[in-house]
Design a protein around this ligand. Sequence first.
Ligand SMILES: Nc1ncnc2c1ncn2[C@@H]1O[C@H](COP(=O)(O)OP(=O)(O)OP(=O)(O)O)[C@@H](O)[C@H]1O
Length: 291
Amino acid sequence: MTKRTIEILVDSINYKYSNGNQAIVDASFKLKEGIICALVGPNGGGKSTLFKSLMGFVTPYSGNISFNGLSVQQALKQNYIAYVPQTEEVDWDFPILVKDVVMMGRYCKMNFLRIPSKHDIEIVEQALDLVGLSQYKTRQIGELSGGQKKRVFLARALAQEGQVLMLDEPFTGVDVQTENAIIELLQQLKKQGALILIATHNLGSVPEFCDEVVLFNRTVISFGTIGTTFTEENLKKTFGGVLRHIRLGQEHLHDDDDPRVVTVLTDDERPAVFYGNTEQDPPTSNHIKGE
Ligand SMILES: Nc1ncnc2c1ncn2[C@@H]1O[C@H](COP(=O)(O)OP(=O)(O)OP(=O)(O)O)[C@@H](O)[C@H]1O
């Protein structure tokens, strides 16, 4: 990854689907390099549409998005942005090998003949190694489990070596070990100067590994550092006032392999103890203890 200063500016964007559904209303926020930022909001709140706008898949009818002053299309051409989509959006019947999916991350660096260099092949091998999928590289992608497919797309994004990494719900359907491995990887990338924007419904883990948060429900409810923004009041506004409140106990609560330590939080630290919204299942009882 080429380390450089980077700033994403989203300025008053509006987006409406062709069926008239206004998915984004006057949304604005600003992010800088060297951070992990959570994108948090209810189901149908417009997070994926925001990602699609940032990736140039859809174009807001008003407002502006810029990456260091560049338009989305210019930033894509300059390889600023890598994206890990929700796996549901992908056609898994398409016959393609895992290593070839990851190689797609290198296309932006190749000429039109798309013949991989030795360096491209090395980068792909490294990316597969980083996500723990080296042994699956010659499998058809459709043969992998849901969690493994997510990791293939993460490897593709890593192979791209873009400085902005956007991940749409990378933890859905992955086990705790894989989630931890992904978080560790994101933290390494952050240290190298990446700007990581990650949509997640795992609210409990947001304060553990994110520096900033954008609370989103069709518009930006609030954005800023976790300490100032990930508050009960803001979360209630974001989730329409319906939020399950669960206080974590001090003792080790897990009877599984989750190595994360859960500690008592003071009232000032309360944001870390909120989970979920109306459309989301509560965490399982062996992870948490009700208040
Ligand atoms: N292709 C589409 N055509 C019309 N409406 C759409 C389309 N895709 C999404 N929407 C609508 O736009 C709104 C925002 O959807 P979006 O997928 O961006 O939400 P989300 O926050 O990513 O949801 P989730 O957390 O469930 O993934 C929803 O009301 C959804 O029904």
